[in-house]
Unconditional design. Structure first.
Length: 459
C-alpha cells in the first residue's frame, strides 16, 4: 500500500456532478459492427450502483435498489435490494449468482470519516433472495471483482477512511472461494490501483489505468501461475472508466475500455480496444455520451454501457449498446467437436461462415499456419490430444485467433500429418490429392468444402 497524490474526496464529490457531452441519439436497431444504439433507460434514481450479468440478464444494484434488465425484451424490472446498503462495492458473478462485496456503508460526520464494510452478500436471481457469506478480510472501496476458474479475485481499491490527502491505495489481492466460503491471499499487483477498469480474457485478469503513480498501465494477472506482467500502456491514462471483453464466440476476442475521465471531472467518450494476442491498442467508435463512473458488461458479445445522468431535476439511468468489431462474422468450427473423442485417423474439418473473411488459415497442434479455402479433412492424425486454431485478419490487418478447439484421437495406428508438402512438392503423395471445392447454401449461410492439395503420411 502507498499514498497517492489524488484526493479521494474529489472523486466522491465528482460522482454527483454527471458532466457529459450528449451526441445525437441513434435509433437504428441494425447490428452494424463498431456502432452504438440507445436502449431503454431506467426512468428512476437508484443512486450509486454497480452492474453484473447472470442468466443473460443485467442487474444494476445499488444500496437501495436492484433493477433487472433483459436484453431480449429491452425492459427493466425491479427486484429485491441487498440487505446491507452501501456503494463503491465490488461485484462479480459465479454460477449465475451475484456476489456483492465490500464498499462504503456510511459516514461519521463527527469524526469526518468514511465507514467501510467487508460484508459479502450473494443474490440468487432465480429465487430473488439474498444470503450472507464470509466477509472479505480487508474492508475496501473502489475496487473490482473478477471471476476466474471458480474463484473471485478482489484486487486493489482504497482502504483510507479519512479525507486527508494523499489517499491510501491498497495493493491487496484477496481471493474468495464460493465453493468453500473461504478467503486466501495471492500475489499483489506491482502497481497498486483503485477506481480502475478491469476485465477477464482467457483466464487472465487485466487491470487498466486507475489512481496509481502511473495511471496508464496495463497490468495482467495470470491466476494459474500467480504472477503479474505488463501489457502495452493504455493510449490515455484515466480514472472511472469501465471495461468488458468479447469472448471470440460472436465477436473477436478483444477488451474494450470505455469512457472515464482525465484530470478532475473531464468526461471522455473514448472507446479503446485492446488486442491481448498482439498486445496492441486500437480505437472503436466513441460513446454516444461522454461520461465517467459508468459500468460496462457483455452479454453474448454485445456490450452495454450503463450509467447515471442528471437531466435538470430528474435523474435517469442511460443504457447504450455497443456492437463490437467483427460481430456476427465469427466462423464456428463444427467438426471436430471441442473436447470430442474420435477413433479414426481421418477427421472432417468443417466450419460455418456467416460472413466471408478476407482469408482464413489454421494450425494443427501449434504447427505452421496453413491457408484454408474451405472445409477439408485432417488425415494421418496420431493417437492423443490435438488442437486446431483458426485464424483470420483483424480490423487492422493483423493475424488474429478466431477459435481454438481441442480433441482426442485413439484406437488407431500412430500416424503423423506432415504439412511440408505445402512448401516442397517432392514430399507430397498426390495419389489422393484432388482439388474439390463445392458450395452450398443452407439457411442463407455459406458452407465451403475443400480438400487440401496434398498430404504425406509418415510411418
Amino acid at each position: 500500500m502507498r499514498k497517492s497524490a489524488v484526493l479521494l474526496v474529489v472523486l466522491i464529490l465528482l460522482t454527483a456532478v454527471f458532466l457529459m457531452t450528449v451526441k445525437p441519439t441513434q435509433s437504428s436497431t441494425d447490428l452494424a459492427e463498431n456502432s452504438w444504439v440507445s436502449k431503454t433507460r431506467l426512468q428512476k434514481s437508484i443512486g450509486n450502483f454497480e452492474v453484473a450479468v447472470a442468466n443473460g440478464k443485467i442487474y444494476a444494484i445499488s444500496g437501495s435498489a436492484n433493477e433487472e434488465y433483459d436484453p431480449a425484451t429491452d425492459k427493466w424490472v425491479s427486484k429485491k435490494p441487498m440487505p446491507t446498503s452501501r456503494y463503491h462495492f465490488a461485484i462479480a458473478t459465479y454460477q449465475n449468482k451475484i456476489y456483492v462485496i465490500g464498499g462504503q456503508s456510511g459516514y461519521n460526520s463527527a469524526r469526518n470519516l468514511q465507514i467501510f464494510t467487508s460484508v459479502n452478500e450473494v443474490y440468487d436471481p432465480v429465487t430473488d433472495t439474498w444470503e450472507t457469506k464470509a466477509p472479505m478480510p480487508t474492508a475496501r472501496v473502489l475496487l473490482r471483482a473478477n471471476t476466474v476458474n471458480d474463484k473471485i479475485y478482489l484486487i486493489g481499491g482504497s482502504n483510507d477512511t479519512d479525507y486527508v490527502s494523499p489517499t491510501m491505495i491498497s495493493d491487496l489481492n484477496e481471493v474468495y472461494d464460493p465453493q468453500t466460503d473461504t478467503w486466501s491471499t495471492k500475489t499483489p499487483p506491482p502497481n497498486p490501483v483503485y477506481n480502475y477498469a478491469s476485465a477477464v480474457l482467457d483466464n487472465k485478469i487485466y487491470l487498466f489505468d486507475g489512481g496509481s503513480s502511473a495511471d496508464d498501465l496495463t497490468q495482467i494477472y495470470d491466476v494459474t501461475t500467480d504472477t503479474w506482467s505488463y501489457g502495452q500502456r493504455t493510449p490515455a491514462g484515466t480514472w472511472s472508466s469501465a471495461a468488458a471483453a468479447t469472448t471470440g464466440t460472436k465477436a473477436p476476442k478483444r477488451i474494450y475500455v470505455i469512457g472515464g475521465m482525465q484530470g478532475f471531472g473531464v468526461p471522455l467518450d473514448s472507446n479503446r480496444v485492446y488486442n491481448s494476442e498482439t498486445d496492441n491498442w486500437g480505437t472503436g467508435a466513441p460513446m454516444m455520451t461522454a461520461c465517467y463512473w459508468l459500468h460496462v458488461v457483455a452479454v453474448d458479445d454485445l456490450l452495454y454501457a450503463i450509467y447515471r445522468v442528471q437531466y435538470g431535476m430528474e435523474e435517469v439511468v442511460i443504457n447504450e449498446q455497443y456492437i463490437p468489431f467483427g460481430y456476427g462474422t465469427m466462423p464456428i468450427i463444427i467438426s471436430p467437436e471441442n473436447n470430442g473423442n474420435y477413433t479414426s485417423s481421418s477427421i472432417p474439418f468443417t466450419f460455418e461462415l456467416n460472413v466471408q473473411p478476407p482469408s482464413l488459415s489454421y494450425s494443427l497442434d501449434g504447427g505452421e499456419e496453413v491457408p484454408l479455402l474451405g472445409n477439408t479433412t485432417l488425415n494421418g492424425l496420431a493417437n492423443g490430444e490435438h488442437t486446431i486454431t483458426l485464424y483470420a485478419p483483424d480490423e487492422h490487418g493483423n493475424t488474429s485467433t478466431l477459435q481454438t478447439i481441442t480433441f482426442r484421437t485413439d484406437k488407431h495406428p500412430s500416424n503423423k500429418l506432415d504439412h511440408s508438402c505445402h512448401h516442397n512438392s517432392d514430399n507430397c503423395d498426390y495419389s489422393s490429392a484432388s482439388l474439390l471445392q463445392e458450395t452450398q447454401t443452407l439457411n442463407t449461410e455459406m458452407f465451403f468444402h475443400f480438400r487440401l492439395p496434398c498430404h504425406k503420411v509418415l510411418d
